[in-house]
Structures are given as C-alpha cells and as structure tokens.
Design a protein around this ligand. Structure first.
Ligand code: GLP
Length: 241
C-alpha cells in the first residue's frame, strides 16, 4: 500500500523523507536499507544536521542496495565512496555495522555472503530511489521478482542517466551488484524518493501500472507499507482524486 506525499520542491521532499527516517533511527537498534544517487542527498544532509543535534546511529546497522562492479571503494564514483562522503563520515555509525556489496574480488562469494546477511537482518526501513526506466536498486527491467542478490548488466539508458557523474560514458561500468527484488520487499517499511520530470513516467507506472517484471517498481504495489515522497515534477503524470 502506498502513501504518497507531493512537495513543491526538492527541499520539501527531502525534509519529509528525513522525518520518516529519523523516526526509525530514533528507535535505536534498527536495520536500514540505504540508497545512493542524487535523490537521497538532501535527506542525508538533514541526517547529518540532526546528528549534530543529538541523533545517534551507534546502534544502527545498514545495508546498501547496490554497487558498481569494478570500482574500488575509494573510486570517487563508487557507492561506498558516496555513502562515506554523504553520510558515514559525518555521523557516529559503527563502521562495522555498515554494509555494501563489494564490487571487486570474487563476485560469487560477495553475492552469497551479502544475501546471507540480508536474509538474517530484514530492514526496518528500506530507502529507494527510482531509475527513469523503473529500476529499483539496480534491478533493471526484466529482472525476476524472485531475484535475490545478483550481478546485473546495466541497461544503456541507465548508463546514460548515470554518465553525468563520470567524465565520459565509456567510464560508466557495464555491470553492478544489487539486492534483488525479494531482498527489497523483505523490508517492513519502504521509503521511495523521486524528483524531476524524468521520473514522472516511472512513478505513474509504479502507482497505476500493471504489475510486471518489465517495470520493476510496479512490484511495490504488493508491499504493505510504502511511503512515496515526490516533488511536483515527478508527480506530474499521476492521477489525483
Ligand atoms: C542508480 C541507483 C539507484 C537509484 C537511481 C536513481 O541507478 N542504482 O538505486 O535509485 O540511480 O538515481 P538518482 O537519484 O540520481 O536519479
């Protein structure tokens, strides 16, 4: 079930997303599923501010959705680097409790280990962005709804969308490792944030489209508790009552 909130701008949506996550973090010993991308940056900024005012992450553990294959932890476009720069280094997470799938080494082992950890530690809250093609995590169109942690070849449109962070399209990795759809759905609560016109169609499909593997986000219709936080542009194609 979806609860949809629409705000005039990115600041508004970031504040709402922050409030949802803060409430969970305040419970103390919780498990968060975290996401990268430009969408959650405003939320992370607010978490950092709240930490300065006493919000603590010392008992929180986290699992990130995904990572590029082939980028080392310290590559400036690795998701590890992103998380470290936007959140981890500014707050009091115990770094032993933060987990991202490693995009290097024996991927088979990484897949098995990450899946084992996830299935033993269901997320109290899973944060999601959304791809313009409807992907969640890096579960690209066509991914099985039964998927668990896996390596995936990125679609050309996803590489194009993410090319803005790299110096050229050739540098965007072709593969990523991601939580599967099943791992995402295990979360008690899901918080999905999206802003901008290029997300409008994916959001419409997610809320109103037929549930199908060609549009991965549509499976969220089957989850009991999804908070969707949008700006006006991302919400521009949805029907209002
Ligand atoms: C990437 C990530 C997704 C993210 C999406 C949207 O492909 N793997 O988890 O949701 O991008 O990113 P942005 O928020 O930058 O639009």
């Amino acid at each position: 079930m979806f609860k949809v909130f629409v705000y005039d701008d990115y600041e508004g949506l970031s504040q709402k997303a922050f409030e949802v996550m803060e409430e969970v973090v305040k419970q103390g010993k919780v498990t968060l599923g975290l996401a990268t991308g430009s969408s959650p940056v405003g939320l992370y900024k607010r978490l950092v501010e709240a930490h300065k005012n006493g919000l603590t992450f010392k008992d929180v553990q986290s699992f990130n959705l995904d990572e590029y294959v082939g980028l080392s932890k310290d590559h400036d476009q690795s998701y590890y680097h992103f998380m470290f720069e936007h959140l981890f280094k500014h707050v009091d997470f115990n770094l032993e409790n933060v987990h991202l799938p490693k995009g290097e080494g024996s991927l088979e082992e990484v897949v098995a280990e990450y899946e084992a950890m996830l299935s033993e530690n269901p997320q109290d809250l899973q944060l999601l962005g959304i791809g313009s093609n409807g992907h969640i995590g890096f579960n690209e169109p066509g991914t099985s709804f039964d998927s668990t942690v896996h390596v995936i070849r990125l679609k050309e449109e996803t590489r194009q969308d993410n090319a803005r962070f790299f110096s050229s399209i050739e540098e965007v990795p072709n593969f990523a490792i991601t939580m599967g759809i099943k791992d995402i759905l295990r979360a008690k609560k899901i918080l999905l944030v999206a802003s901008g016109k290029n997300k409008a169609m994916a959001i419409k499909e997610m809320l109103e489209g037929k549930i199908r593997e060609e549009v991965p986000c549509t499976i969220l219709q089957n989850h009991p508790d999804v908070i969707v936080v949008l700006d006006k542009e991302a919400a521009s194609l949805i029907q209002h009552d």
